[in-house]
Design a protein. Structure first.
Length: 253
């Protein structure tokens, strides 16, 4: 919940700019959070109590410009307002802070490890995730958790987020035809959840396997029918041979 001293009369989301009009520095700043959102749309398809914003302004005070992370996740909010969707994320309307924000570092450093870290901590965001594939001597992924008002770096890759019920991490894979390191969601055992394309492929494979099993079952049934027919033919031949010897096969003791 929010504890700001806000003015009495507040603008709505429709009355505020939908972004700060700052262009992204790199296509990855849209693709990486876009992939995370795409996975959630499948993983949480039946849930309507979450929202994942990509390059969307978060308004925390009407007299201040919005914070615009590359991606953020909120829980306990309406997934959709109406068919117009959200133009921005306005805290005094939503009354729920994002539980996770993501910044993707590009060639134009935007103080992700300093100013923004302090800014998100002051706002009260529980998880602050920073990803930079350009780092050589330090991990590409940093997950910071707010503990007693300060961020503490969490070890590991992936990192389990119990308040969300998901893990987050990075590994090499293919998305949009590009093979590189991407960010993904993981289960509690560290198993990566599939991308939409991977899920379609898995469903196609399962359907193919089911068709193969059905075909094999049909073949086995045909083989059983053939064996039964052959057994019946053998019995008829034996009966004919017994009758030729003057023995009634129907009255054998």
């Amino acid at each position: 919940m929010l504890n700001y001293n806000l003015p009495r009369y507040l603008p709505s989301a429709e009355e505020l700019p939908d972004s700060d009009e700052t262009p992204v520095d790199n296509e990855l700043q849209e693709l990486i959070p876009g992939l995370l959102k795409a996975i959630l749309l499948i993983l949480w398809a039946e849930r309507m109590d979450w929202f994942f914003g990509v390059d969307m302004g978060i308004y925390y005070h009407p007299d201040e410009p919005p914070i615009v992370p590359d991606g953020f996740l909120s829980l306990g909010v309406e997934r959709f307002y109406d068919e117009e969707l959200r133009p921005s994320y306005v805290l005094w309307d939503e009354n729920v802070l994002p539980i996770l924000v993501l910044e993707v570092v590009s060639q134009n450093y935007r103080k992700e490890y300093t100013t923004k870290l302090d800014q998100y901590a002051e706002l009260g965001v529980l998880y602050y995730v920073i990803y930079s594939s350009r780092r050589r001597r330090k991990p590409h992924l940093e997950v910071h958790k707010l503990v007693n008002g300060k961020y503490e770096l969490q070890p590991g890759n992936p990192v389990w987020l119990p308040e969300i019920g998901l893990g987050i991490g990075c590994e090499r894979g293919n998305y949009c035809g590009v093979t590189r390191e991407w960010m993904y969601w993981y289960d509690s055992e560290g198993k990566r959840y599939p991308t939409p394309k991977e899920q379609i492929q898995q469903e196609a494979q399962r359907a193919q396997q089911e068709a193969q099993r059905a075909q094999q079952a049909e073949q086995r049934a045909q083989q059983e029918a053939q064996r039964a027919q052959q057994a019946e033919q053998r019995a008829q031949r034996m009966a004919e041979q017994l009758r030729a010897l003057g023995i009634d096969p129907d009255n054998l003791a």
